[in-house]
Design a protein. Structure first.
Length: 83
């Protein structure tokens, strides 16, 4: 799952906030074996805006998705160490 948003006053945009709110339904739904629907689904983020605002947006979106049992893709921010 890829989530993208611009920053707005240091917060994610309203459209992505609405999408994340709809994911609340995943909290009560489970697969046949009892695991959460988002379990073993990987999420990533694309955020445009200034660095501090982007960090805050990623933190807010990550918090929502970890709560729904999604795994987060670990990627470096900026240049890779050996670039």
């Amino acid at each position: 799952m890829i989530f993208a948003t611009p920053t707005w006053m240091g917060q994610p945009g309203s459209v992505i906030k609405g999408a994340l709110e709809r994911l609340d339904a995943l909290l009560s739904e489970t697969q046949e074996d009892g695991t959460p629907m988002a379990f073993n689904k990987v999420a990533g983020f694309v955020v445009t805006g200034n660095e501090d605002g982007a960090h805050a947006c990623i933190a807010a979106m990550a918090h929502a998705l970890v709560g729904a049992a999604a795994a987060l893709a670990a990627t470096p921010i900026g240049k890779p160490p050996n670039a």
